[in-house]
Design a protein around this ligand. Structure first.
Ligand code: GRF
Length: 214
């Protein structure tokens, strides 16, 4: 069974979607640890409710970025973590963690990368005037939202959308594709060559187009 470690900074709805997928039997995995940089993150309550160990650790307690991420890597490794999930972790992850978990750290981004990386992907998309946006699960490399793309889901952008209404439509898809990407990983179906991800026997599963027409 796959052992997962989750990093989250906030409300943790993606974290919850992963917990729910495990509890329903969709995902055969175990969450060994929640790491958070925010002592007031709602994700902590979710972890406690499901008896998941929590580690609160803040960069300011460390002399530099390298030692902070080395510490996190060590805590994850000590618990046998094989896959690291960034579920709303609001920091650019340091090299010290990436090198320990190369192509074993997944992030979810609320836009169709490579468009609109960084913060507020939903607002960027809506301000730009695109007609389709969505979300992307990708492996984490040293850049900001630049790593190999695993799965994307598309949603329509309506003229009267606000940042909130678009975010909500995208979030529903995030909750579907993140557990699914983890499931594919746990089944050994994901291979990465340079920056291209192949999914064994599931090529079409990497694309989820789901326009909820109204
Ligand atoms: C999501 O929009 C995700 O795409 C982004 O951060 C947000 C986290 O939300 N990376 P939550 O904490 O999972 O509810």
């Amino acid at each position: 069974m796959l052992t997962i470690g989750v990093l989250a900074s906030g409300r943790g709805s993606n974290f919850q979607a992963i917990i729910d997928s495990i509890n329903s039997g969709f995902l055969k995995a175990r969450i060994a640890l929640l790491v958070t940089d925010n002592p007031t993150a709602y994700a902590i309550e979710r972890a406690k409710k499901h008896n998941i160990e929590v580690l609160v650790t803040r960069p300011k307690e460390f002399p530099d970025k390298d030692s902070y991420y080395s510490h996190i890597a060590k805590e994850l490794k000590n618990r046998g973590v094989e896959l690291v999930i960034l579920a709303g972790f609001m920091r650019v992850v340091g090299k010290a963690l990436i090198k320990e978990f190369r192509n074993k750290i997944m992030n979810i981004h609320p836009a169709l990368l490579p468009s609109f990386p960084g913060l507020h992907g939903q607002k960027q998309a809506s301000d730009y005037g695109v007609k389709i946006s969505g979300c992307t699960v990708h492996f984490v490399d040293e850049g900001v939202d630049t790593g190999p793309i695993i799965i994307q889901a598309a949603v329509p952008v309506y003229e009267d959308d606000t940042e909130d209404s678009l975010s909500e439509r995208i979030l529903k898809q995030e909750h579907r594709i993140f557990p699914f990407a983890i499931k594919l990983f746990s089944e050994g179906k994901i291979t990465v060559e340079r920056r291209k991800v192949s999914i064994k026997g599931h090529r079409e599963d990497a694309i989820i187009v789901n326009p909820p027409l109204r």
